[in-house]
Design a protein around this ligand. Structure first.
Ligand code: AMP
Length: 284
């Protein structure tokens, strides 16, 4: 695996692949790699000629400076993990390499609704930062396919919107969420949880499973209230949202199970000081 730190070197390195029409698969990440990230690399390698992962902790997508400063980083251990994966290139730029015009630079697209609900509402400016960095990375790499985790459900919708609005010839592929054997969704942020907090964090996936089990048994509203009472009323959990929506339209909560066939239930909560998100897609 080749490790590249500069745009110029990456563009040069990719030129022969581009000229020979090889398909380029891209996995953007912020590092602190776990099996979920590596599953995206596997998925890319299975359908593309060359797979590139980027590791860049993007300062402009953090609405909380402390969260940015404490974000886990361990490039050397990430490189070791990637060497055992089918990743061909790791692009690990520094901040000035990406933000050569300064950190106030933004690419704005019309995210109207997505910026005002759920993650967009709770983390003002977050998706503007995501769009900015992903557009920059797309412009350097020009991938044919980008592999994204459904764990960040709303982010997949945002990046698909970026691709549509900028008319980019890129296919965005949403990939399943990898979980610990006990059900906890893998996340780089989990490394900041204490052992006790990891146990407490299990309540998030338990609440999601509970809601999935309630389809047709109680109303969506009752299922949500019961899930909160059973799993989320814990002194160390601060719930931000728990919402059941049609799978294809997260702009509103469903009132009854007849609205559509396929749903998604989305959750965000602080466990101690760590903000976690998770979701599950399910059917009637
Ligand atoms: P991050 O490093 O957290 O920005 O995530 C980089 C990519 O990995 C994003 O597309 C995430 O949605 C995806 N990802 C994060 N956690 C998981 C997981 N548990 N399973 C699958 N993909 C994930």
């Amino acid at each position: 695996m080749k490790v590249i730190h500069t745009k110029t070197e990456l563009i040069e390195f990719l030129l022969p692949y581009r000229n020979s029409s090889k398909t380029i698969g891209f996995v953007p990440t912020m590092g602190a790699l776990h099996a979920g990230h590596l599953s995206l690399v596997e998925k890319s390698a299975s359908s593309c000629d060359i797979t590139i992962m980027s590791i860049f902790v993007n300062p402009t997508q953090f609405n909380d400076v402390k969260d940015f400063e404490k974000y886990p980083q361990n490039l050397s251990s990430d490189i070791e993990k990637l060497k055992k994966s089918p990743c061909d290139i790791l692009f690990a730029p520094n901040s000035t390499e990406i933000y050569d015009k300064g950190l106030n630079e933004r690419t704005y697209i019309d995210l109207s609704l997505l910026n005002n609900i759920l993650e967009g509402k709770k983390r003002p400016g977050h998706y503007d930062g995501v769009v900015t960095v992903v557009y920059k990375l797309f412009s350097i790499i020009h991938p044919d396919k980008v592999f994204l985790g459904m764990k960040d459900y709303q982010q997949v919708l945002v990046i698909k919107e970026l691709i549509i609005q900028k008319k980019l010839p890129i296919e965005a592929i949403g990939c399943p969420t990898f979980r610990e054997p006990n059900g906890l969704a893998m996340s780089s942020r989990n490394t900041r949880l204490s052992e006790d907090e990891k146990e407490i964090a299990l309540n998030l996936s338990k609440a999601l499973h509970f809601i999935v089990s309630q389809v047709g048994r109680s109303t969506p509203k009752m299922a949500t209230t019961d899930a909160i009472n059973l799993f989320l009323k814990h002194p160390h959990i601060k719930l931000e949202y728990l919402q059941i929506s049609p799978k294809n339209d997260i702009s509103h909560e469903i009132e009854d199970w007849n609205e559509t066939e396929n749903y998604v239930v989305l959750i965000a909560a602080f466990v101690g000081n760590i903000r976690l998100i998770d979701n599950m897609v399910f059917s009637k």
